[in-house]
Design a protein. Structure first.
Length: 132
């Protein structure tokens, strides 16, 4: 079986020396629910951004036509960050690119210190085909 998900998006936050990563995963096959993960890591760039950054999280402001809930914080000890997991329904209602705001929050100060519009041009996540 072949499954297609959008590539992860790494957004460098140059002025803070951080990287925001947003990626998708399946909640289950044959459902209209997906998981969008976010993580904030110290350092700029993919693999170099791997030192602990547990006091920063990224929350998503998704379009009103989708239903988002179950925001769960998960410490990712292997990646050195706190993952935010958001269950999203009805993503198929979005025609065109998926645009939303990602708010980076300092957990200790309970304050948003960075906001960025995120755009996924292609959010085809239901492509399933049988391999022969």
């Amino acid at each position: 079986m072949f499954v297609e998900l959008p590539d992860p998006l790494n957004i460098p936050l140059n002025e803070y020396g951080l990287t925001l990563t947003v990626w998708f995963d399946f909640f289950g096959y044959f459902t209209n629910i997906v998981i969008i993960y976010t993580a904030v890591k110290n350092g700029l760039g993919g693999d170099s951004a791997n030192t602990g950054c547990y006091d920063r999280i990224a929350l998503l402001d998704l379009p009103e036509c989708v239903e988002a809930n179950c925001v769960i914080l998960e410490p990712d000890h292997s990646g050195g960050s706190t993952l935010v997991r958001t269950l999203v329904k009805y993503l198929q209602k979005i025609k065109g690119p998926l645009k939303f705001n990602a708010r980076v929050v300092d957990v200790n100060q309970q304050k948003v210190f960075y906001m960025k519009e995120v755009c996924f041009e292609d959010v085809l996540i239901t492509k399933l085909c049988e391999m022969k």
